[in-house]
Design a protein. Structure first.
Length: 455
């Protein structure tokens, strides 16, 4: 197939691999935004180039409190390279000015405040015509170990915070996507992620962000062995068993998925600098990679009957924690672009998709947010869509008994990201927050004992 036949989904590259796991003592230096933009712009395969970039709203790339004038200058630099902006990552973690979504009222106020600021930036980029699509990305900003101390109560508190964040997003006409990853409490397994999304009950505003590398670890039950979909003694040569597990996983999460990362994983975890272990992102050509990327992307981009979902207008490559030496090589980005094109060739379309329903934007007042746990005060009415069913009913999956038994006595290790050091000191952490060295990756946490699952 001609690589230029399909126009959608648009192909984006993430800018945060220049920040994640970098900039802290003993780690590699950060790669600035212009360097990441130039590397992305230089990639070309058969006349096809990247269409845009997804960005992280944290220094040294983009400050969350950036002025409109400075933001406009960055938008112009992005546009000058022929790119648009897609999804933006809100810095909702304690060391980046946010707070745990299940923490104290003060922490949760900070969480919602960062979402508000990210929505402001996203809406400005849309007003200027630089951002035609995309979501604001969030997560629970808490460790699995802390969440596991009282799962029911903590999931309820996270849901309350997320609902308040939804109110903010609707004011700006934005949608939120919560990332599923083994290091985020309440979103560390496919089952817990669904429980949380259903508890929030705002599918028109809050959806799921699926990353192919992170969701592979959901199959293994890395931090939740009771939710593993592959057997303990799984043979990686048995493709039929793997595909069946992928089918079960995606049938559950696909109805929620509104943002998608193309990635490769070798079924291991990795940490870098002050970044604790999480899903290991590999090069698309890595011989140890477990995914047939174009084929397995189809499990997410097509429904159970093989029909295209067209649930989002772009897909993004995530090369989190790639070494700088690897990222500075043009071949790296050409290989990545090549596999992205293959995904679009296999699962793309030509016409513009019908936009997903989103709340109508209104002029939002930027002010100190109220605690997420309190009933929202009266504000300018926002015209919202009628509440829809939480999600299509998926097939109930049985929990592996043996794995569940071991989970009772196992200790949990939280693989959470920590932001790298920046020139200004990060916001003061709330009591009980994990000790971290600030790093631009925006993910925080403390190394704790992990549930013993498969690696």
């Amino acid at each position: 197939m001609n690589p230029q036949t399909n126009r959608y989904p648009k192909l984006h590259n993430a800018m945060w691999p220049g920040l994640v796991g970098k900039g802290s003592p003993g780690a590699e230096p950060c790669l600035d935004l212009d360097t990441m933009l130039d590397l992305t712009a230089a990639a070309e395969v058969g006349g096809v180039k990247f269409d845009g970039v997804d960005i992280f709203l944290y220094e040294p790339h983009i400050a969350i409190d950036i002025s409109d004038d400075d933001l406009k200058r960055i938008a112009d630099r992005i546009s000058a390279r022929g790119f648009v902006v897609g999804s933006v990552v809100a810095p909702i973690w304690p060391p980046t000015g946010g707070g745990s979504a299940m923490g104290s009222d003060e922490e949760r106020v900070r969480f919602v405040s960062q979402v508000r600021k990210a929505c402001r930036i996203g809406s400005r980029l849309r007003e200027w015509g630089v951002r035609p699509y995309g979501v604001v990305r969030i997560d629970s900003a808490c460790s699995v170990a802390d969440w596991a101390k009282d799962p029911a109560t903590n999931t309820k508190r996270i849901a309350e915070t997320f609902r308040e964040a939804c109110n903010v997003a609707e004011d700006f006409g934005e949608r939120l996507a919560a990332e599923g990853e083994i290091c985020w409490g309440g979103m560390h397994s496919w089952r817990q992620a669904i429980n949380l999304l259903e508890a929030v009950g705002r599918p028109e505003t809050l959806g799921f962000q699926a990353d192919m590398a992170h969701t592979l670890l959901f199959l293994l039950g890395y931090n939740a062995p009771e939710d593993a979909l592959l057997p303990q003694d799984y043979d990686w040569q048995d493709k039929a068993v793997f595909d069946e597990a992928m089918r079960k996983l995606t049938d559950q999460l696909r109805p929620w998925t509104i943002d998608f990362h193309v990635a490769q994983n070798d079924a291991t975890v990795k940490g870098s600098g002050t970044h604790d272990k999480t899903g290991h992102h590999c090069l698309p050509t890595d011989p140890n990679g477990k995914l047939d990327i174009p084929r397995h992307a189809g499990f997410w981009l097509r429904d159970a009957n093989g029909n295209l979902t067209r649930a989002f207008k772009h897909v993004c490559w995530d090369g989190c924690m790639f070494p700088n030496e690897v990222m500075m090589q043009p071949k790296t980005w050409n290989d990545i672009l090549s596999v992205m094109i293959a995904v679009r060739d296999a699962h793309g379309w030509t016409e513009e998709p019908v936009p997903s329903p989103t709340p109508e934007p209104t002029t939002a007042e930027i002010s100190a947010p109220r605690p997420a746990s309190r009933p929202p005060a009266k504000r300018t009415p926002v015209k919202r869509k009628a509440k829809t069913a939480v999600r299509p009913k998926a097939v109930k999956l049985a929990r592996p008994k043996k794995a569940a038994k071991t989970a009772k006595t196992a200790r949990v290790k939280s693989a959470a990201r920590k932001p790298a050091a920046k020139t200004a000191k990060p916001a003061k952490k709330a009591k009980g927050a994990a000790k971290t060295a600030a790093k631009p990756a925006g993910k925080s946490g403390t190394k704790k004992h992990r549930v013993k699952g498969r690696r």
